[in-house]
Unconditional design. Structure first.
Length: 132
């Protein structure tokens, strides 16, 4: 169903723009990351863009199903993880991460909480203890 994938694709595109300009280009052009290290480091934000897209697809596909709330938590957790992972290279390159700017750490923490909550409630739903 192409319209169902339209929203994740558009939102991922808007997620990719700042990631591209704040992480990918700086790592490719930074002198301390010249050559292969910069290219390999730039692959992480590209993988995060794909992860963000997959998180939105999970939310879209399971929306309205019996397992929607559980997979929505897991999908939001994946999206938080992708955002934190995309922020980290920029924060590391600008040295903001080392100056007590831990927004990425908080996003990773909440991502793991959402993963765990979604998986726990989904397991409960499968056992018949929690209704979706």
């Amino acid at each position: 169903n192409p319209p169902a994938l339209l929203y994740p694709l558009v939102l991922s595109f808007f997620f990719a723009i700042p990631s591209f300009f704040s992480s990918i280009i700086p790592f490719i052009t930074a002198p301390q990351y010249a050559g292969l290290p910069g290219l390999l480091t730039a692959l992480f934000p590209l993988a995060d863009i794909l992860l963000f897209f997959l998180a939105l697809v999970i939310i879209t596909v399971f929306w309205g199903s019996k397992a929607s709330i559980h997979w929505t938590f897991i999908g939001i957790g994946l999206a938080f993880f992708a955002v934190a992972d995309s922020l980290f290279p920029h924060l590391e390159l600008t040295r903001l991460y080392y100056q007590q700017f831990f927004v990425a750490d908080f996003l990773w923490f909440f991502a793991y909480l959402l993963f765990a909550f979604g998986a726990f409630t989904y397991r409960g739903m499968l056992r018949g203890k929690i209704h979706g």
